[in-house]
Ligand binder design. Structure first.
Ligand SMILES: CC(C)(COP(=O)(O)OP(=O)(O)OC[C@H]1O[C@@H](n2cnc3c(N)ncnc32)[C@H](O)[C@@H]1OP(=O)(O)O)[C@@H](O)C(=O)NCCC(=O)NCCS
Length: 172
C-alpha cells in the first residue's frame, strides 16, 4: 500500500469526524460504551465541530488516503503552548489517528514527520503532545519517534480525570 498525503479542507469534515469517532472508540472504549465517552465523541467529532477547526487558521489537518479512502490524519495547532514546555514557539499535535487496519505500516510515522515539517516551516522550535498513560501503543510509539517525556498532566472531561504524559520534540 502506498498512501497519499494532502492537506485537509472543509469538504473533509464529515470523513475526519467519522474516522476520528472510529479510532477514538477503538482506542478509548475497549471496555465498551458509557455515557461520558459517548458525549465526548458527539461533542468533539461532530462534523460541524471539525469544520470549524478546519476553518481556524491556527489549526492544520494532514490526511493520509489509500485508494480514495481516508485512513489516517494528524491535527496540529500552531502556536499552542503547554506549561511544561518552555521553548519559544511551539505547536501541538492534538490528534494522530490511523485506522486500525492500516496501523503498523508507517502511516503514523509519516503523518508525524509531515506535522513536524509543517510546524518547523511556520517557525516552531518544538512540537509537543499529550498521550494517555493507558494507551500503551502511543506511549511506546512517541519515544521511538524522538519525543521526550517531560512530565504528567491531567485530561479532564466532565468529572473524569485521565493521567496523560506530555511529550516534546525539539525541531532541528
Ligand atoms: C499510535 C499510532 C498513531 C501509530 O501509528 P502507526 O501507523 O501504527 O505507526 P507506524 O506504523 O508509523 O510505526 C512507526 C514506528 O513506531 C513503532 N511502533 C508502533 N507501535 C509501537 C508500539 N506499540 N511500541 C513501540 N513502537 C511502536 C513501529 O515499530 C515503527 O518503528 P520504526 O520506525 O522503527 O519502524 C496508531 O497506532 C494509532 O492511530 N493508534 C490509535 C490512536 C492513537 O492512540 N493515537 C495516539 C494518541 S496520543
Amino acid at each position: 500500500m502506498t498512501p497519499s498525503f494532502r492537506a485537509g479542507s472543509a469538504a473533509d469534515a464529515l470523513c475526519i469526524g467519522m474516522l476520528g469517532t472510529h479510532v477514538f472508540l477503538d482506542t478509548y472504549a475497549p471496555a465498551g460504551m458509557r455515557a461520558a465517552l459517548a458525549r465526548e465523541v458527539v461533542e468533539h467529532f461532530a462534523p460541524a465541530k471539525i469544520e470549524s477547526l478546519l476553518e481556524d487558521e491556527s489549526t492544520e489537518f494532514i490526511l493520509a488516503e489509500n485508494d480514495g479512502h481516508l485512513v489516517g490524519f494528524v491535527q496540529v495547532t500552531h502556536g499552542a503552548r503547554h506549561a511544561l514546555v518552555s521553548h519559544g514557539a511551539t505547536s501541538e499535535v492534538n490528534r494522530l489517528y490511523v485506522h486500525e487496519r492500516f496501523t503498523g505500516q508507517g502511516i503514523g510515522k509519516a503523518l508525524l514527520r509531515r506535522a513536524e515539517k509543517s510546524a518547523a516551516a511556520r517557525g516552531a522550535d518544538a512540537l509537543w503532545l499529550t498521550a494517555w498513560v493507558g494507551n500503551a501503543r502511543a506511549i511506546g510509539f512517541y519515544p521511538k519517534q524522538g519525543y521526550v517525556d517531560v512530565g504528567a498532566t491531567d485530561y479532564v472531561f466532565e468529572n473524569d480525570h485521565y493521567e496523560n504524559r506530555v511529550y516534546l520534540k525539539v525541531l532541528g
